[in-house]
Design a protein around this ligand. Structure first.
Ligand code: ZN
Length: 197
């Protein structure tokens, strides 16, 4: 069946969707009433038409500014740099951060270097420079993997003269974790990033 095969192939392009799951999604579409599928199609179109990048932080937004940047009570002197919009959402959920974000939409891969297409690095540099010294801290919250570390090192190198404090999220012992079962790399990071109590 050509139409069904095409739909399965389209679902397979979704991140994390394997062949079996793509098939299940396609069969669900066949079984679902027309109205609900129309709603889904409309929602896909609406998201594509209305969601864009925030003019300040590059996070996804439906207006010119995202809700965080539009909130004048947020502290604009602290910028938390994340790789993906979902990382900013995760930090928001902690309710412990009152600064603003900058979403890179990826991280620097040692293979591709800084020329990664769509990476919002230039925008971050311009934002910091345009603030004219108003940014006091840059929190680099990229993942603790090779790409995330490469990105953190690069950002520190190019921004250390423009921002007084550049910090990195602590890596270490998870809450409720057992030190005895931790891998030595994580435990080593936890030791390095220890804090005074
Ligand atoms: Zn924003």
């Amino acid at each position: 069946m050509k139409a069904l095969d095409k739909l399965i192939a389209l679902f397979r392009r979704f991140p994390g969707v394997g062949p079996k799951q793509a098939e299940r999604f396609a069969l669900y579409v066949i079984k679902t009433p027309d109205g609900r599928i129309e709603e889904l199609a409309e929602s896909l179109r609406a998201v594509k038409n209305s969601v864009r990048c925030c003019a300040e932080c590059a996070n996804y937004a439906e207006e010119e500014l995202c809700p965080v940047c539009a909130d004048r009570s947020r502290d604009r002197s602290v910028i938390c740099v994340v790789s993906q919009p979902q990382d900013a959402a995760a930090i928001e959920k902690t309710r412990t951060f009152n600064g603003v974000y900058h979403v890179l939409h990826g991280s620097i891969s040692p293979m591709d270097g800084v020329n990664c297409e769509g990476l919002k690095l230039k925008e971050l540099l311009e934002r910091v420079r345009a603030s004219d010294g108003a940014v006091s801290e840059l929190i680099i919250a990229t993942n603790p993997d090779t790409e995330g570390e490469t990105t953190a090192i690069y950002l520190t190198r190019i921004l250390k003269d423009s921002v007084p404090s550049i910090t990195r999220l602590a890596c270490g012992v998870p809450l409720g974790g057992d030190i005895n079962y931790m891998d030595e790399v994580t435990l080593g990071y936890a030791l390095k990033g220890r804090t005074k109590i």
